[in-house]
Design a protein around this ligand. Structure first.
Ligand code: SAH
Length: 268
């Protein structure tokens, strides 16, 4: 692994699009809550949309997420706060708010908004949150273009995001630099080994699927934390899988089938 030291913080906040209330983006440099108590969820209202004709594409995307089962208003707010079009090639910009994966180069894709929202909600429900409902330090495996990391940054004190492909690591750095997000740390490295310097993590989310969840991730997860990751199921299938770590051990829950790029070892 190279270049593994956390980068200096960006100085300012995420830029919000028109018509969106600020998410709780004041992340400060507070003590990580990885070993904090769950609870104290804030009671925000989910966005309400009346005139679909006049909705910008991103608001329509959020409305569709809510219709399709994303319930947590904090997740809807985070999805409403992040400009997905900044993470895809300009030629694909008009499709940025469709519920579809799009190419980001090197055979990799930006995940579908519905999958990003689903995994984020699962992480928030099962990870270690502080009294403000915010996750503590989170590990994001497979930075890609950086979109998922930015969504997580709305909801966690710190996000450590690992990418094994240098070109994508640099792309994410360029994408995020313009947004000046103080609580994302981009790391070039093999995510299979996790990132010990940030451990223990309140939650770990992976956007690439292997045969099983690497042992390092379980070791680096805080007690009370959750891993959300695609894992090989039977034959050529992958299933979204949760690992919840308690004082008594780990519990694995297999959810719906998903389709992610493979988790590969090494840095390239
Ligand atoms: N999180 C991205 C998804 C990117 S696709 C988003 O917001 O859309 C998944 C990424 O995982 C790819 O960029 C791929 O290179 C990366 N990846 C695969 N195996 C990895 C590993 N062992 N460590 C780090 N990144 C890995």
């Amino acid at each position: 692994m190279s270049d593994t030291a956390p980068r200096p913080a960006f100085p300012a906040r995420v830029r919000l699009g028109p018509g969106t209330k600020p998410a709780n983006t004041t992340v400060g440099r507070t003590a990580p809550a990885a070993d904090g108590q769950a609870g104290g969820r804030s009671r925000q209202q989910a966005p309400v949309f009346r005139d679909r004709q006049r909705l910008p594409a991103r608001a329509q995307m959020v409305e569709q997420l809510a219709r399709n089962g994303i319930r947590d208003p904090r997740v809807l707010q985070a999805m409403a706060s992040v400009d997905r079009h900044l993470f895809v090639d300009s030629a694909l910009g008009s499709r940025a708010y469709e519920d579809t994966a799009l190419p980001i180069g090197l055979g990799q894709t930006i995940s579908k908004p519905s999958v990003v929202a689903r995994m984020t909600e699962l992480l928030l429900q099962g990870g270690v949150t502080g009294g403000d409902g915010r996750l503590g330090r989170v590990l994001d495996i497979g930075t890609g273009c950086g979109y998922q990391a930015l969504v997580l940054a709305q909801l966690a004190t710190e996000v450590y995001s690992l990418e094994r492909l240098r070109a994508l690591h640099e792309k994410a750095r360029a994408n995020l630099r313009q947004l000046r997000v103080p609580n994302i740390h981009l790391i070039l490295g093999d995510g299979m080994a996790g990132f010990g310097s940030g451990a223990p993590y309140a939650g770990i989310l992976a956007a690439a699927g292997g045969q099983q969840v690497p042992r390092a991730w379980v070791e680096q997860l805080a007690v009370g934390g959750r891993i959300v990751a695609p894992v090989a199921a039977a034959a050529s299938r992958q299933a979204l899988t949760l690992i919840d770590k308690t004082a008594d051990g780990v519990r694995q829950t297999v959810l719906e089938d998903v389709c992610f790029v493979p988790l590969k070892s090494g840095v390239g």
